[in-house]
Design a binder for this molecule. Structure first.
Ligand code: C5P
Length: 234
């Protein structure tokens, strides 16, 4: 680590994966373990920051001293981030937010035979878009410099561009200050212990490449890049 270079900084991190309920017993979810966001939060705390962790369905123990705010859905996560962002110096959106949620919530469990007229029929699920929470934080901040906003993006290169090209485009589109681009592919990243990332900073052409390394070591590198943005040399 790099000592206590985050002392006097308040940091807000989101982690985990949101769950979007269909009925009291079912939800649409994703495979995010929350390990990377937890490591980002724990490294910040170890470097002296006051840390709040908004945790979507996190099933891992959290180091003492971190203020944990449990949430389930994207809308709950958005409400907590929106209410807290302005009180922090840095906001890191690591959570895997569901892009869609079921349009309707059934207050009682959906029955196997949901349509008595057609006992073999299967129900359809209509989805609606969830808000982009990070984009909302960017607009709410307006032209202000604080909080510094850090996004994450899981990318696989494809025919439209390399992982880095896709990351650059996403950084520009999202309007955040830094984007941590996570290389994903078969067997990589989701739930895995080692990871490879490239940290892109708005206004800079170079990328900081980190890993493959533990999520803890990657988090140290991410905070080095964030500290460099908070206190630019020269
Ligand atoms: O566009 P994409 O989903 O790849 O962007 C990922 C980044 O945006 C992450 O930082 C994630 O936490 C954030 N995000 C968000 N709200 C969404 C979807 C993603 O804040 N609805």
């Amino acid at each position: 680590g790099s000592g206590h270079d985050l002392t006097e900084h308040a940091v807000l991190v989101s982690t985990g994966g949101t769950r979007e309920p269909l009925d009291p017993v079912r939800y649409l979810g994703n495979r995010s373990s929350g390990k990377q966001g937890l490591a980002v939060a724990e490294v910040a705390a170890a470097r002296g920051a006051r840390v709040t962790l908004v945790a979507a369905n996190l099933e891992l123990p959290v180091a003492p001293g971190i203020d944990v705010v449990p949430v389930e859905t994207a809308l709950e996560l958005q409400a907590e981030m929106d209410a807290r962002a302005a009180d922090h110096d840095v906001v890191v959106m690591v959570a895997a937010v569901a892009d869609f949620r079921p349009a309707d919530y059934a207050a009682s469990k959906i029955k196997k035979t949901h349509d008595p007229a057609d006992p073999d029929a299967a129900p359809s699920i209509t989805l609606v878009r969830n808000p982009d929470i990070l984009a909302g934080l960017v607009s709410a901040r307006g032209g202000a410099a604080s909080p510094l906003l850090v996004g994450f993006a899981a990318e696989t290169g494809d025919e439209t561009g390399s992982v880095l090209e896709l990351g650059r485009a996403k950084l520009a589109r999202k309007g955040c200050d830094l984007l941590v681009v996570n290389e994903v592919g078969a067997g990589l990243t989701f739930g895995a212990d080692d990871t490879t990332v490239h940290v892109l900073t708005r206004g800079r052409d170079d990328a900081v490449d980190i890993g493959p390394a533990s999520k803890r070591a990657v988090s140290e590198g991410i905070w080095d890049a964030v500290v460099a943005s908070l206190h630019p040399a020269g």
